[in-house]
Design a protein around this ligand. Structure first.
Ligand code: MLT
Length: 395
């Protein structure tokens, strides 16, 4: 008889964002008269920039010609895109990479979950709490042991290395999802030294790097020593509105050699077996993001979302509610008023003013009593949502 992976019994039956989406849909069905403003899942609302759509059109047309047709592409990604990402790192992040250290994928989420394949199950995994649920769920699915380090108001939701919480694989996300807090260079250096001493590895989620405005690091490789102990995941979802288009990249430095195994070669081997690459059309679209005008235009969109974030944080300031995020991140994370639980506040906000967010407890136990809103809605909806929230909470 087939034996199933019973580790699935240890995770919640529904993925956090599917659960909130279901609740919002049920509410809308019951109250069609209320226009719900969704600030829950971090899904973008601004359209793709013209450079991207033009590149997609051109690439689709090429695909319809004998000369321009492309079948299977290189599993690691086309050179034209890897070279653009390499240049982006050189020019804007001041980090030199080898093009063979860059792997193109359909987004950071899949790579972050799939990277578990190249590590043995007896590693001890250290994960901050609260955090993006994919790190926890993908390890529980494999029956791995997880230790948590706590993000709290006291440490600004930026947990630092704790010698009492030893481990092998350390997940970090900066700017953080869900709290929006970003590690400084000094803080990341402490992490790199701590993990290097233990011959461990950092799995670094940089999906929100393009939102950094405070001078915080945009890549873990800005920090000396990181190429010996960190893999970085990045995505065009939030940077260039690719949530529905799907393209991201993962950096696996060639220096990462453990027990005689090159992680770069292992990841390539894993991808060539289990992944056939991102479509030619989407990779051409991604290439256009990194053109001079592409980068200027995505910056305008990011600025637009950052303006939304300021409207959100201004309202919270007015209401005297403490928060993190909004500065280096499209997420604003705040303490739920009146001692409500995160899910109670979710219902209170949805029923009370038709605004949907994400309960902090969905990101871990330390998120209980907190709530996350995203700045990815339109400017008009953000203004409207914050005015509804202000009225509701002032009552
Ligand atoms: C979020 O809302 O946390 C993100 O949109 C989820 C994701 O990027 O997969």
């Amino acid at each position: 008889m087939v034996k199933i992976n019973k580790n699935y019994a240890k995770i919640k039956e529904t993925y956090l964002f599917s659960e909130t989406a279901k609740k919002i849909a049920a509410f809308s069905e019951k109250h069609p008269e209320i226009q719900v403003i969704k600030m829950s899942i971090g899904d973008v609302t601004k359209p793709l920039i013209p450079e991207v759509t033009e590149a997609m059109k051109k690439a689709s047309e090429e695909m319809g010609t004998q000369k321009g047709f492309h079948g299977y592409g290189p599993e690691q990604g086309y050179d034209f895109l890897k070279d653009k990402i390499k240049k982006y790192y050189e020019q804007y992040i001041k980090v030199n990479l080898d093009a063979d250290e860059i792997f193109i994928s359909d987004g950071a989420k899949s790579d972050i979950a799939n990277i578990t394949d190249i590590f043995s199950n007896d590693n001890i995994i250290v994960i901050p709490d609260p955090v993006y649920p994919v790190y926890v769920d993908s390890n529980i699915m494999l029956g791995r042991e997880i230790k948590y380090i706590h993000g709290t108001e006291e440490n600004g939701f930026l947990p630092m290395p704790d010698p009492t919480v030893e481990g092998d694989i350390f997940y970090l996300c900066s700017p953080n999802n869900p709290t929006g807090a970003a590690y400084s260079h000094e803080q990341l250096k402490k992490w790199i030294d701590f993990v290097s001493e233990r011959k461990g590895i950092i799995l670094y989620d940089a999906a929100y790097e393009s939102f950094v405005t405070s001078g915080a690091p945009r890549s873990v490789y800005e920090i000396e020593g990181a190429k010996n102990c960190a893999i970085e995941f990045c995505s065009l979802s939030k940077t260039a509105g690719f949530t529905g288009t799907r393209c991201g990249y993962t950096i696996v430095p060639k220096n990462l050699i453990f027990d005689g195994f090159s992680l770069n070669k292992m990841w390539l081997r894993r991808q060539t077996t289990k992944f056939n690459g991102v479509s030619y059309v989407v990779q051409r679209a991604a290439e256009a993001v990194f053109s001079d005008t592409g980068l200027k235009n995505i910056r305008k969109t990011i600025n637009y979302y950052q303006r939304n974030a300021r409207i959100m944080t201004d309202t919270l300031k007015k209401l005297g509610i403490s928060f993190t995020g909004g500065e280096d991140s499209p997420y604003v994370w705040f303490k739920v008023p009146d001692g409500m639980s995160s899910w109670e506040f979710f219902d209170y906000l949805l029923n009370g003013c038709g605004v949907a967010g994400t309960p902090g407890s969905g990101f871990g136990n330390c998120g209980e009593g907190y709530f996350r809103l995203t700045a990815f809605n339109t400017y008009e909806n953000t203004v409207e949502a914050m005015s509804r929230i202000e009225k509701l909470l002032k009552k």
